[in-house]
Design a protein around this ligand. Structure first.
Ligand SMILES: [Zn+2]
Length: 584
């Protein structure tokens, strides 16, 4: 099996695999792109064709072609392997699953069993009749109940639990799957969902990963969801995405609603590109998934102010990811499922004519503040400028800014100035957070890491002469020092330096450091010149360290009253200071 994985990796080029999802541009020996795993405005996603690996310096996602495919398609390693084998033309013999995969497989299976159990009770059993009546009253067709495998969780304490355990699973499995809770007192468990209409939640590949249970009456909470499990993460979930994704890709548009009932209603009426979040908040994970399939996002959320606020952050992320966001304005007080069932054509018309989200926010701000008073102008601008700021397209930005200027009856220049101020602050924030993220992933000191990155980008024929310029004392970081020693030793014995061969000589920890260094995004400048600059910066760091050390010694010598020693040390300090100031 290990051989087959190697064969697949040999036959596949990571550049091909990645570039079928994101456009890559050449950057020295590497390629760079806007990261498909998080939203960003400047590329920090790097691919090395030499080492056949990728890494994002913003969100620290990284790995080889297989892990890229598994991450971007949201599939398991096994599934990625199958697909990649197909592409590479390699026949797979059966493969042993890793313990993690087996663990996940178990939870998929338990959820599938539960889903069928609930569905059986809803459709074939008397106990499910009230729930069936409830769903039909909400307008759901028999076909939908089948297609979405809807179900009913009975009011009993442990009927699902007993069913799962009878199928050969342990109580621990049951508890970990989120389908049962431990009793507060005494031993045992009780079913997590009781007396609710059940909506199985499926992954983007269509596997049941959890449930949403809706109360049949007015009980609170109206919905309860599976808690986080090894297979279910709420912030990643897009309900119905597995069925909708093809249509979303085709139409380049995703309709986003808030709940399962809305999604099913729209899907039933032919709007097959509908998917739902759980609640109004849109996570960056959900947006990242959506932006791989769609250019347009059509929001169909509650139009009240609270809903608007909750969605705002997600909308900003979506806009800065380049998605065009529009909003469907529903008749006051109507849910999407009611609205489409009452007036299908009218609803589809609303979808067609959905205005940009900018209009939505502007209208809302204008209805709450008076654009004629200075305070009102300030409030409105304060709400709308962040919406404009998050737009990725400059032309669009200009258009909206001029509209806002007209509405507020103030000079456009004033708004531009204010926007620049906001962008400057935002820029710093983004930069600071990306630096923080990077250091979290590598923990390498920036200047030294950069020097190594430059070193690995000089032509192989010149690496021997270049590395001689770096002294072991120049490097403070222990990992980098170990790497430098390894490289110096390695270069003694070989004629031609090749990155991939050297990589093979390193053990796991050092290899990871090395791979990261090779992928650090570099400016497109003269390599030798940039190397010299980087080396100067690192040497300066070394001199500063040495000077600090000498200052400590001076103080000791002064205390010990050794004037000759003090003088000698001070001369050395002066010399270092000259070097640090670049006068040497
Ligand atoms: Zn990233």
């Amino acid at each position: 099996m290990a051989d087959q994985i190697e064969e697949i990796k040999r036959k596949l080029d990571i550049v091909d695999v990645v570039s079928s999802y994101v456009p890559l541009t050449k950057s020295g020996k590497n390629y760079k792109a806007l990261c498909p795993f998080h939203s960003e405005k400047t590329p920090s996603f790097m691919v090395s064709p030499t080492l056949q690996i990728f890494k994002c310096f913003g969100c620290s996602e990284g790995g080889d072609a297989l892990s890229f495919y598994s991450a971007i398609e949201g599939v398991s390693f096994g599934e990625a392997l199958k697909e990649m084998a197909k592409r590479a033309g390699v026949k797979l013999v059966s493969r042993k699953q890793s313990p993690e995969e087996r663990q996940k497989e178990k939870f998929y299976e338990i959820n599938r069993l539960a889903s069928d159990f609930f569905h059986h009770l809803l459709t074939k059993h008397d106990v499910g009749k009230p729930a069936l009546g409830f769903l039909k009253k909400r307008g759901l067709s028999k076909d939908s109940i089948e297609e979405f495998n809807l179900g009913y969780a009975p009011r009993s304490w442990d009927s699902l639990g007993r069913f799962i355990v009878k199928k050969g699973y342990t109580v621990t499995d049951l508890l970990q799957s989120g389908l049962a809770s431990r009793k507060d007192q005494g031993r045992g468990y009780y079913d997590f969902f009781r007396g609710r209409a059940m909506f199985p939640l499926r992954s983007s590949t269509g596997r049941v990963i959890g449930f949403s249970g809706r109360a049949l009456g007015d009980e609170q909470p109206k919905y309860i969801n599976t808690t986080e499990t090894p297979v279910f993460e709420k912030r990643r979930l897009l309900y119905n995405f597995d069925l909708a994704k093809r249509e979303i890709k085709k139409k380049k548009t995703a309709i986003l609603v808030e709940g399962e009932l809305d999604a099913i209603a729209l899907y039933e009426k032919g709007l097959k590109n509908v998917t739902a979040t759980k609640g109004t908040a849109l996570s960056s994970e959900q947006i990242t998934t959506l932006s791989r399939f769609a250019n347009n996002l059509l929001l169909c959320f509650d139009r009240d102010a609270a809903g608007l606020e909750a969605t705002k952050k997600g909308i900003f992320i979506a806009q800065s990811a380049g998605l065009e966001v529009r909003a469907i304005l529903l008749p006051e007080g109507k849910d999407p499922d009611e609205a489409i069932r009452e007036d299908e054509d009218g609803f589809k018309d609303l979808v067609e004519k959905a205005p940009p989200i900018f209009d939505f926010y502007l209208e809302s701000a204008l209805s709450r503040f008076d654009p004629l008073t200075p305070l009102g102008k300030k409030k409105i601008a304060g709400e709308i400028l962040p919406v404009v700021k998050s737009l990725a397209n400059e032309v669009e930005k200009a258009g909206y800014l001029s509209r806002l200027a007209k509405e507020l009856d103030i000079d456009e220049k004033v708004l531009w100035k204010q926007l620049e101020k906001e962008e400057a602050i935002e820029g710093e924030r983004v930069f600071a957070s990306s630096v923080k993220e990077t250091s979290k992933s590598s923990k390498l000191p920036r200047k030294e890491a950069y020097l190594f990155a430059m070193l690995f980008s000089v032509p192989p024929s010149r690496i021997k002469s270049t590395i001689r310029k770096i002294a072991l004392e120049d490097i403070k970081d222990l990992k980098l020092l170990a790497l430098l020693e390894a490289l110096k030793g390695y270069l003694k014995d070989i004629k031609r330096f090749r990155l991939e061969n050297f990589s093979g000589k390193l053990d796991g920890d050092l290899r990871r450091v090395f791979e990261e260094l090779v992928l650090i995004p570099l400016p497109q400048t003269d390599v030798e010149e940039e190397f010299a600059k980087a080396l100067a910066a690192v040497k300066k760091g070394r001199f500063i360290r040495e000077r600090k050390e000498l200052l400590v010694q001076v103080r000791k010598a002064e205390k010990a009253e050794k004037p000759a020693q003090v003088k000698k040390l001070q001369r050395q300090i002066q010399e270092l200071s000259r070097k640090i100031d670049g006068k040497d």
